[in-house]
Design a protein. Structure first.
Length: 429
């Protein structure tokens, strides 16, 4: 048995060497498909880890409290919020603000519990941003008003320029703003330059921040549009608005259901987002994204499998005389099939290994594409489970698509050597 296997292995290697062009084509088909699987599956793992790690940072606090949008409240049976605690905006559907009374009472409740609160203006529309010396060119951007000494409660916003300057120090001046890298490139400004916001209001660019500083799936606008950070009071004056979001930090280990229930008893009718809710939502999104991109990789490998099958048919067809000779010296049909299956197995292993290496290189490209498209920073990592999945899948697909041609090889009759001009490949069935 071992002697037969060594013979089959030598024959397979010899054939792969003789038919180098076809061998390279099969390896290319396998490698490209496996590379797609490894890179896309690795990307899926990276996205899932980004979505499910440090959800407190994504939520900007332990509680993110907002008033219920009137559009979403239509037909709701839940108890509405105390109208004295909120202030409706003039435009229907625009996110309501907290009234002065609402801010004071919620802040007082939080302080009584030993919690910290910070105010933010986040959902009051876009502003037009342009260089101070250019009255024609302008770019739309979201304006975020925050209290930089506390915001965000978890994580830090690091500046690209000037390096080393803290977020709080950068927004210390009343006319200071921070803008994203894309916005800085679009309007061609940098630190120290003057810009106009929403008209003739002039501010100074104190620094440039990464595009991924704010972008989260819970705030799709920050993924699509560039944005500007301002000190809360300056933003309130510019936008004629107050806070529309209150962030709360709870010290120690947090029992989110208990804290949320306590707040709801004191202030019914408000939206309260917690890291637990963000985690549950992001796990569902990550699972869906993983399934979609894995399916894309499998489809690419299956398409490559068509090329594998066609090439194997040609290879077997060109070797019918050789197969007939092997049968005349005593090899059985199942042994011929086994010989070609060993060749397909070798091709699958070699092509899959090449595909794994190509996939690791490709995932770097996909990572940058996703980061630029969705303003999300992804941590690069090599995932053994993605590599193993690619290897196993590549080998299986190669064997499956190579099976029918190799089965046909086993049905070639020995008398084909007597009629070398009639080398039609028999049907596998």
């Amino acid at each position: 048995m071992m002697q037969n296997l060594r013979f089959f292995l030598r024959q397979a290697l010899s054939n792969m060497n003789r038919n180098r062009q076809r061998t390279l084509f099969v390896l290319f088909c396998i490698a490209v498909g496996v590379a797609a699987i490894v890179s896309l599956r690795s990307l899926g793992f990276m996205i899932d880890e980004t979505l499910t790690s440090n959800v407190q940072r994504q939520n900007k606090g332990d509680l993110a409290i907002t008033a219920v949008n009137p559009v979403l409240a239509l037909g709701s049976t839940e108890e509405p919020a105390d109208p004295t605690l909120i202030e409706e905006r003039g435009t229907f559907g625009q996110q309501p603000l907290f009234s002065e009374k609402g801010i004071a009472e919620i802040t007082s409740w939080a302080e009584d519990q030993g919690y910290e609160v910070t105010l933010a203006i986040r959902q009051q529309g876009e502003g037009r941003v342009r260089p101070a010396d250019d009255n024609e060119f302008a770019e739309s951007a979201i304006i975020y008003g925050v209290q930089p000494a506390q915001y965000p409660f978890y994580g830090e916003i690091e500046l690209l320029e000037p390096a080393g300057l803290s977020f709080a120090d950068a927004l210390a001046a009343p006319d200071a703003v921070l803008i994203t890298e894309k916005l800085a490139e679009a309007i061609e400004v940098g630190p120290g330059d003057a810009i106009n916001l929403t008209g003739a209001q002039r501010f100074t660019v104190a620094g440039i921040i990464p595009d991924a500083s704010e972008g989260t799936l819970s705030d799709l606008n920050s993924i699509i549009l560039p944005y500007v950070y301002m000190e809360y009071e300056a933003a309130a004056e510019l936008l004629a608005a107050r806070a529309d979001t209150l962030y709360v930090r709870v010290p120690g280990d947090v029992d989110y259901p208990a804290v949320t229930e306590s707040f709801a008893e004191a202030f019914p009718g408000f939206n309260v987002n917690t890291p637990d809710q963000i985690l549950e939502q992001n796990e569902t999104i990550g699972e869906t994204v993983g399934k979609v991109i894995t399916t894309m990789g499998l489809v690419s490998l299956l398409i490559g499998g068509i090329g594998i099958a066609n090439t194997m048919v040609v290879v077997v067809g060109r070797r019918t005389i050789e197969i007939g000779v092997l049968k005349t010296i005593g090899l059985q049909g199942n042994q011929i099939t086994l010989m070609f299956m060993i060749e397909a197995l070798l091709l699958g292993i070699i092509g899959s290994v090449l595909g794994i290496g190509l996939g690791i290189l490709l995932v770097n490209v996909l990572q940058r594409v996703v980061e630029n498209a969705f303003s999300q920073a992804l941590a690069f990592a090599v995932y053994p489970q993605a590599m193993l999945f690619g290897l196993v899948t590549g080998v299986i697909v190669t064997l499956v698509f190579g099976f029918l041609p190799t089965l046909s090889a086993g049905k070639v009759r020995p008398n084909v050597v007597l009629s070398p001009t009639e080398t039609r490949l028999p049907r596998a069935g």
